[in-house]
Structure formats: structure tokens, C-alpha cells
Design a protein around this ligand. Structure first.
Ligand code: MRU
Length: 351
């Protein structure tokens, strides 16, 4: 199989640190407007995370880390211990921006730890840590891309959900990284992308992102997924994750769970690709995951045009949990876990 040409297959960067501000590719405006929003303080970063200007579990963590670097500009401290105390309110506001993706709390915990034992150089330590979080994410994605693609038999079709690509990470993507690698190696013949109602991450982001790389995906309505599987055109569903629990249960974009059920029914394999920063061994099972619920107003309109009658009720949970029994493989940069359960997760990630 050919090596992957990363420059050809990975061109988009959603997060840019300029040295004095954080620029975020505004994912609310894609695909018709490619514009960066400039954040100059940590509350602007928290607001951008909450508003989905920046989104996708790893990207949220990276943006929050740079948010801490921005918060550091507003405080005076002689050493890391003093800085940590003064930064705590900003850290908590960043952490509260979205609840489900563990990468946010994970990145903030790393930023806190980087201050341990720091002296007057504590600001540089924070900046180095934020850059390391971003660099490690890109490296992890490239590694898991190769590991995940190796599971896919040449000539396959795959279905993906939401957006898990460069837009959702430091670059290359998680599930979309596996798909990029699989296309580059000739293993994947056709990529299908679900629209991902209500925010349309598939229709607005994934399809556009793959197009930038010269990959021509086929967009389907979310409700066409089971019919697609029955047709025999896809051999794998490949998705990302917002939190993978100690028993392998996985939270991801709403609609993932029903894809896993349909996949099992049709003999289609189901792969979760995520960096180890998405693994949360402190949460025993999916029962304990907080599922974000967003404004029901997201269901009432498409592209700003109202489609539902006035004064109707709506419920808008934006993630769901796929039980580990329905997952054939969890792929991280550390390796592949086939048929994940608590024992296999412990063997891979410790207690
Ligand atoms: O609400 P979003 O767009 O942030 O949800 C994103 C997802 O559910 C992704 O599948 C997940 O974060 C993995 S991104 C590499």
C-alpha cells in the first residue's frame, strides 16, 4: 500500500495561534464563507466553543488550551502556584463551555499540570503546553489513520457521521483521518456522509472538507443510512468520539447509536477512531456521561428559514451513547482494540 501524502490529503487548519490572539475558522459560516474569528481573551474562546464556532472534541480541547494562554495575559503572578490560583475562574468558565467531550477537561487538566513547579517562566510553560497538545493531536491522528485504514478491505465503501476531520482536530482528523488514509491507499472506493441533523456537520463541513482534498463523497440524508447498508454499498461505518468510557461505551454525535444498531443488523462493521485524549477511564460506562442538550430552536429552521410550525415543542440532545457491544473496533494512536469491553480497555489504558 502507498504511503500517505499528508500535504495532499490534509490542507485545512481550523485553529491558528498568532502569538497574541487565537484565530478560529468559523464553522457556523462554512461552506460558503471561509472566515476566521479572532479571540483575544479566554472568555471569547469559551463563547466560541459554546457557539460551535470551533467544534469537534479534539479541536475544543486545543482551543481551550490556547484560551488559558490568553487568560494568563490578564493576571500577575510570580510563579506557577500563584498563576494556577489566579487562573482558576477562567479555567472553570472554559470547562463549562460544553459538557460532553472529555478532551476539554483533559486539555485544561494538562494546562494546570504544566504549571506544577514553574517559576517565573510559567507563561512560557503554558504556551509550550498548548502547542504540545496541538502537535500531539496531529501526530495521533496520522498514526490512527494508518491503523484504522489497515482494517478496511480494498474496494470498500464507508459511511461516516458528523465531521471528524481537520476541522474537528489539529489536522487530518480521527474517523476522517482513517477515511483519508483508506482513500489514499486504495482501500476505500466510496465515502458516504450523513447530513447530521440538526447542525448539518456532515452536509456543511465533511462534504466540503473532503472536496478540498479531491475526495468526492456522496451525501445522504441521515434517514437513508439503514437503506444504504441494506444495499451492500458500505462495509464499515467509521465515526469519531467525544468520550470513550472505561468499558468502551462511546459518546458521539446524535444519530451514531442508531447507525451502530443498523450496522449490526446488516453485518456492516462499526469503527470508532479517537485519540487517547478522548478516553475517560474515570467514567465507568455510558450511563454516567452528561449529554449536552442544545436550544430546541436548532430544530425549527434550516439555514435560518423556519420549517416547523410556530409554538411546537422539541427536544434537542446533541450526543448519544453507543454501547460497547455494538462496536467492532476502537482505534487510537496506541493501537486497535477489537470488540472493546472493560477488560480490553484496562489492558490498553490501565485503571
Ligand atoms: O457538536 P460537535 O460538532 O462538536 O460534535 C462533534 C462530534 O460528535 C464528533 O464526532 C467528535 O467530536 C469527534 S471529532 C474528531
Amino acid at each position: 500500500m502507498n504511503d500517505i501524502d499528508f500535504d495532499r490529503y490534509d490542507r485545512i487548519r481550523p485553529i491558528r495561534w498568532t502569538g497574541d490572539a487565537l484565530e478560529l475558522l468559523d464553522q457556523r459560516r462554512l461552506p460558503f464563507h471561509v472566515e476566521y474569528v479572532r479571540c483575544q481573551d479566554s472568555d471569547a474562546v469559551a463563547a466560541a466553543i459554546h457557539a460551535l464556532t470551533v467544534r469537534g472534541a479534539p479541536a475544543i480541547g486545543i482551543a481551550a488550551a490556547w484560551g488559558v494562554v490568553l487568560a494568563a495575559r490578564d493576571i500577575q503572578a510570580d510563579d506557577g502556584a500563584g498563576a494556577l490560583a489566579a487562573l482558576e475562574p477562567a479555567l472553570q468558565r472554559l470547562n463549562a463551555a460544553r459538557p460532553t467531550a472529555v478532551n476539554l477537561a483533559w486539555a485544561l487538566a494538562r494546562m494546570r499540570r504544566s504549571l506544577g513547579g514553574a517559576g517565573a517562566d510559567w507563561r512560557e510553560r503554558l504556551a509550550r503546553e498548548a502547542q504540545a497538545i496541538a502537535d500531539e493531536d496531529l501526530a495521533a491522528n496520522r498514526r490512527m489513520g494508518a491503523l484504522g485504514a489497515a482494517l478496511i478491505v480494498p474496494g470498500s465503501g464507508v459511511l461516516t457521521h458528523c465531521n471528524t476531520g481537520s476541522l474537528a482536530t489539529a489536522g487530518f482528523g480521527t474517523a476522517l483521518g482513517v477515511i483519508r488514509a483508506g482513500v489514499a491507499q486504495g482501500r476505500i472506493e466510496q465515502v458516504y456522509a450523513g447530513e447530521t441533523r440538526p447542525w448539518l456537520q456532515g452536509a456543511r463541513l465533511t462534504v466540503w472538507e473532503l472536496q478540498q482534498d479531491g475526495i468526492a463523497p456522496i451525501l445522504i440524508a441521515d434517514s437513508a443510512a439503514a437503506h444504504l447498508m441494506k444495499s451492500g454499498r458500505v462495509q464499515w461505518v467509521v465515526v469519531g468520539a467525544d468520550r470513550i468510557c472505561a468499558n468502551g461505551d462511546t459518546a458521539n454525535k446524535i444519530g451514531t447509536y442508531q447507525l451502530a444498531i443498523a450496522a449490526r443488523h446488516h453485518g456492516v462493521k462499526f469503527m470508532v477512531a479517537a485519540p487517547s485524549s478522548t478516553v475517560d477511564m474515570a467514567t465507568a460506562s455510558g450511563e454516567a456521561i452528561e449529554i449536552e442538550e442544545r436550544d430546541p430552536g436548532e430544530l425549527f429552521a434550516v439555514g435560518g428559514v423556519r420549517t416547523a410550525a410556530e409554538q411546537v415543542g422539541a427536544w434537542n440532545p446533541v450526543f448519544d451513547v453507543t454501547p460497547h457491544e455494538l462496536i467492532d473496533a476502537i482505534v487510537t494512536e496506541r493501537g486497535v482494540i477489537e470488540r472493546p469491553d472493560a477488560q480490553a480497555m484496562r489492558a490498553a489504558f490501565g485503571a
